[in-house]
Structures are given as C-alpha cells and as structure tokens.
Write a protein that binds this ligand. Structure first.
Ligand SMILES: Nc1ncnc2c1ncn2[C@@H]1O[C@H](COP(=O)(O)OP(=O)(O)OP(=O)(O)O)[C@@H](O)[C@H]1O
Length: 255
C-alpha cells in the first residue's frame, strides 16, 4: 500500500503540491490526471523516492520513508519499478542489457539467471527474441515495452508509469494499456499511472485522481469521475481548453 499524508512540494519557493492525501491499495491501479505542469510527474518522483517532499510523509507498505537510511531506502526502491516518460533507455546498450541493468546492479543473480529473466520479461511485453536489438532500431511503442520489461525485471510490487502512451498511435496505446492491465493481473502489482489520455485512463484505472492547483480535486472510480459534478473535471475529461477560466465562468453563471 502507498500512503501520502499531507504531502507538499515546492520548487524554488513555487508551491507545486499542497497537502496531498492519497491512499493507493495493494493491487490497485491509480491513474493520475491533470493539466500540464500540475505536478503529476512530481508526485511519481516523490513516491519512488527520487525527490523528497518539502512537507508531509510517504508510507510504502506501512513504512514511513522519511528518516530511513540510504540502504533502507534502496531496499524500498527495489520493490518499485518505473516506466519513465520517453522510455529513458540506455541508447548504447542492447535491449537485453537494458532489461538486465537493474538486476546486474542490485542483485547477486548469475548471468544465466539474468538471461532467463530477460527472456521471460521480453516475452511478457511481446518482444521475445529482441535481446540483441539496439534501442535506436525500435519504434516508440517498442521502446515503451522494453522500458516496462526493465521496470518489472526484479518483480517489483509497485510499478509507476509516467505517460506510458505519450506519442503513440491509438493501436499501440491500446496495446500498452493491455500490458499495464496484464502486468497487474499476472504480477499482482500496485500501479500508479500518469496519463494525458483519457481513453487510457478509463481503460485501465481502478480509480482516478485529478490534480489541479496543487491539490487532488476529485478522486473515484471511472464511473464516479465520468459522473463528477465538478465542472473542472468535466472540462478536463472532455478535452475543453482553459478549464479554469471556463469553469469559473460557468460556476458564476450558475450552469
Ligand atoms: N526540478 C525542478 N525544478 C524546478 N521546477 C520544477 C522541477 N521539476 C518540475 N518543476 C516544475 O513543477 C511543475 C510541475 O511539474 P511536473 O513535471 O510534475 O508536472 P506534470 O503535471 O507532470 O506536467 P506534464 O503533464 O506537462 O508532464 C512545473 O511547473 C515544472 O516546471
């Protein structure tokens, strides 16, 4: 389980997140939506421990992360895998070496064991036999899948996805959505997914949280979010421009 308690985050005095409270149950897929710059990626980086909050506490499986030693934090990080925006593969390494990277760094597995895991994870994401291909030979969708294979190589309990379908066509986006869902089903992972694609959000989410103005302004199941009476949420999920401005006008006009 992931619990954020009164999380705040400032960058150079600019408040990005303010008193965020969020609980994500084990095995749940939580999708985070919100306008560009609202702090969605920041939230993921806080959960994975790449940055520290300026206020509040983060709990992973009942353990508060503040005050832990670097060793203890590393043990928690090993239970998480992250699929970064733009895939973030190492261009000079083959697909197989990219997937093996964390296993070589953080485990005592033999090369033969690592090769078996790489093989299995590439099969899971539909890239069986692509170990020796270099990243620059792959399409954007294939890179995302390698990135997912790398994220799940060490059998994490939590997988964080930063815009996994950005820049992909609808067919490949659908494929990635199904992979996120099958990874949850097969491995039982807890997933946190940041996306701009509402169709993806609706396909994969157990619950959706919307960040706006540094706060979570709505949280609920797909049906609850679709039926939200918050005009900002409605404008965002229907893709209208300038949600804040239009919403304020509508609220003023009482419609
Ligand atoms: N390291 C940093 N230093 C200073 N400001 C930062 C840093 N990282 C993010 N920000 C700022 O924090 C705000 C939130 O950024 P973040 O990337 O979390 O938003 P986002 O909702 O994920 O945006 P997008 O949907 O465009 O990816 C932005 O205004 C961004 O410029």
């Amino acid at each position: 389980m992931i619990r954020l308690s009164n999380i705040s985050m400032n960058y150079q005095g600019k408040q990005i997140l303010e008193n965020i409270n969020l609980e994500i149950a084990a095995g749940e897929t939580m999708v985070i939506i919100g306008p560009s710059g609202s702090g969605k990626s920041t939230l993921l980086r806080l959960i994975v421990g790449l940055i520290k909050p300026t206020g509040g506490e983060i709990w992973i499986d009942g353990q508060a992360t503040a005050g832990l030693s670097e060793d203890e934090l590393n043990r928690i990080r090993l239970r998480m895998g992250m699929v970064f925006q733009y895939s973030a593969l190492f261009d000079s390494m083959s697909v197989g070496d990219n997937v093996a990277f964390g296993l070589r760094q953080h485990t005592t597995m033999t090369e033969a064991e690592i090769a078996r895991v790489v093989n299995r994870k590439l099969r899971m994401v539909g890239l069986f036999g692509k170990e020796n291909v270099m990243p620059n030979e792959l399409s954007g969708g294939m890179k995302k899948r390698v990135s997912l294979a790398r994220a799940i190589a060490a059998n994490p309990q939590i997988v964080l996805y930063d815009e996994p379908t950005a820049g992909l066509d609808p067919i490949m986006s659908g494929k990635i959505d199904r992979l996120i869902t099958s990874t949850k089903r097969i491995m039982g992972v807890t997933s946190v997914v940041v996306t701009h694609h509402m169709s993806s959000a609706f396909n994969i989410a157990d619950r959706i949280a919307m960040i706006y103005g540094g706060q979570i302004i709505a949280i609920g199941t797909v049906e609850e979010i679709k039926g939200s009476d918050n005009p900002i949420v409605q404008q965002f999920i229907h893709g209208e421009k300038k949600p804040g401005l239009i919403a304020r006008r509508r609220l003023k006009a009482g419609c």
